[in-house]
Design a protein around this ligand. Structure first.
Ligand SMILES: [Zn+2]
Ligand SMILES: [Zn+2]
Length: 180
């Protein structure tokens, strides 16, 4: 069986209703079949009591372990705040040219920035981060083309400034499969 499916793995999401529109969009953007995979993830292993955050790589390792035979990509979507040791926080992490990626919704909601709730804005941010991290799994590096979804994002303003789509150069790499 040729790996053909993008599995989305929810990890302690407060609101599962964000998943359906995400799966629909990703199926269209990457021309892949998408499916939710409920999987046991031990978040306690990733928790850092001093930082009150979860080590992203520990979660990602669990997401990609024992993948289904038809898994082409695995995308974790978590509601918890994630980090890697050299950074204060992350919107997401990906395995470069690899199987898996992880995004966190924790810092995508307006409420986090003491702004009124904005479901549409949250949805756009979620799509951008998902597409961005999956882009890395296809071998895309950060891109400086204005608005390209592969622009690096340190702050939420950076996320808001970019589009949800790839620039032509990045799209070409994705279209060619990106990965051998
Ligand atoms: Zn990136
Ligand atoms: Zn680009």
């Amino acid at each position: 069986m040729k790996p053909s499916k993008l599995y989305v793995v929810p990890v302690q999401l407060s609101d599962d209703s964000v998943l359906d529109p995400l799966l629909t969009y990703l199926a269209h953007a990457f021309r892949l079949e998408t499916e939710i995979l409920w999987k046991e993830i031990d978040l306690a292993k990733a928790y850092d009591a001093k930082r009150h955050q979860y080590y992203s790589s520990t979660i990602l390792a669990q997401i990609v372990s024992n993948p289904p035979a038809d898994a082409f990509r695995m995308l974790g979507v978590t509601g918890v705040d994630i980090y890697i040791p050299v950074l204060t926080y992350l919107f997401g992490e990906a395995q470069f040219k690899g199987l898996g990626a992880l995004i966190s919704t924790y810092r995508l909601r307006s409420e986090f920035y003491e702004q009124p709730p904005d479901a549409q804005l949250f949805h756009e941010r979620l799509l951008k981060e998902a597409v961005h991290e999956l882009g890395h799994t296809y071998g895309l590096v950060h891109c400086n083309y204005p608005g390209c979804v592969m622009n690096s994002s340190t702050y939420i303003e950076d996320v808001d400034e970019k589009m949800v789509s790839f620039c032509r150069a990045c799209a070409k790499i994705i279209g060619e499969g990106g990965i051998e």
